[in-house]
Design a protein around this ligand. Structure first.
Ligand code: GLY
Length: 351
């Protein structure tokens, strides 16, 4: 186990804070972690918060909200830009595939004013799963459609079925596959010395308009090279997204299994319901997740998960905040005037 003297002062403080969590001092604990994103309230102003890859999404969504569009129409139109962009390999068209080379997409939406939601999981062949999730909400009595059923539903509504695997994504998948094992027949290029990476990525975007209406969307190609059929948090209401029109909206990116296990989105919105500011609400859950992560395979060192989670929250008053387990997370905020990328608060400097 690492000695105290091996820990940075900040990490040491946080390690103590995590240990003390069981004592119920969550608000005090969250107040002691590193903060880089405290923001003043933006009462009466529209606000859009998104993951770091959401700059164009927030720009389009804010323009639509200012033109009078519904908050959900706006955020879905915003993330459609990223879903259709093959250069973002974490979302939609061009997203990294599962272990067999098939791209499987997850998405959900939630509309605050009607307290309604829709989602799709393991959807193949459709570039914009968030638009299909919105139709599940609007045109069915269900919340979640998966796999072939989700594809049939999308095609019934006129979506074009296309091959989502771009050349870049196919090459990345092949390199990963070649490096998996020395005892199979796929030859790798180990002389290059590169690690086989399994990137995660996702886009989350939540909006508040001047009337105080909230909506959100999360969309992803999920964990790269996943087992076919693996579903992450992004299509799970309460894990990958939650919106309460009386309280706030929240979404995560990062390790979906941790967001599902913690019912993360619902918990952060409940934290805000109990009076916590968005950033505090997010940090409190991250602290809890760190404290609950005890399996050796999920730890990089005692008390430190070997994965990251990034949280994005906005409340009914227009206050917003973002937090991650590890330093370096970014998020995007459009406050009605400026659209900027910012640094997220965090618990640990590094792994
Ligand atoms: N958070 C995205 C995923 O784990 O699939």
């Amino acid at each position: 186990m690492k000695r105290d003297s091996d820990l940075s002062r900040r990490d040491f403080l946080r390690a103590g804070l995590v240990a003390g969590l069981a004592g119920g001092a969550a608000a005090r604990l969250a107040a002691s972690v590193a903060r880089e994103s405290i923001e003043p309230a933006q009462r009466g102003m529209p606000v859009i918060i998104a993951s770091g890859n959401g700059l164009r999404a927030s720009e389009r969504a804010m323009a639509m909200i200012k033109a009078g569009a519904d908050t959900l129409d706006a955020v879905v139109a915003g993330v459609n830009i990223v879903e259709e962009d093959p250069s973002d390999m974490s979302v939609g068209y061009g997203g990294l595939p599962n272990e067999r080379g098939d791209v499987e997409l997850d998405s959900c939406v939630m509309h605050g004013p009607t307290y309604n939601a829709g989602a799709v999981a393991s959807l193949r062949g459709i570039k914009t799963p968030s638009s299909v999730a919105k139709l599940v909400m609007e045109r069915t009595d269900h919340i979640l459609l998966v796999g072939p059923g989700a594809l049939a539903f999308a095609k019934a509504h006129g979506f074009e079925e296309v091959d989502l695997l771009t050349d870049n994504a196919r090459r990345a998948w092949l390199r990963w596959k070649e490096r998996l094992s020395k005892s199979d027949d796929w030859l790798d290029d180990e002389e290059i010395g590169a690690e086989a990476e399994r990137p995660t990525g996702t886009i989350n975007c939540c909006a508040l308009n001047e009337k105080g209406e909230l909506s959100g969307v999360t969309t992803t190609s999920g964990l790269a090279y996943k087992i076919p059929g693996r579903v992450g948090d992004s299509p799970i209401i309460g894990a990958g997204l939650y919106v309460d029109n009386d309280v706030g909206a929240f979404g995560p990116t990062g390790r979906g299994e941790a967001a599902i296990m913690s019912c993360g989105s619902r918990i952060v919105v409940e934290n805000m319901h109990r009076g916590m500011k968005p950033e505090d609400a997010a940090l409190e859950l991250l602290q809890r997740i760190c404290a609950k992560t005890t399996e050796k395979r999920l730890l990089s060192s005692p008390g430190k998960p070997n994965f990251n989670l990034n949280f994005y929250a906005v409340n009914k008053d227009g206050e917003y905040g973002a937090a991650a387990i590890y330093r370096g997370g970014t998020y995007v905020v459009h406050d009605g005037t400026t659209n900027t990328r910012k640094q997220s608060a965090y618990i640990y400097e590094g792994r």
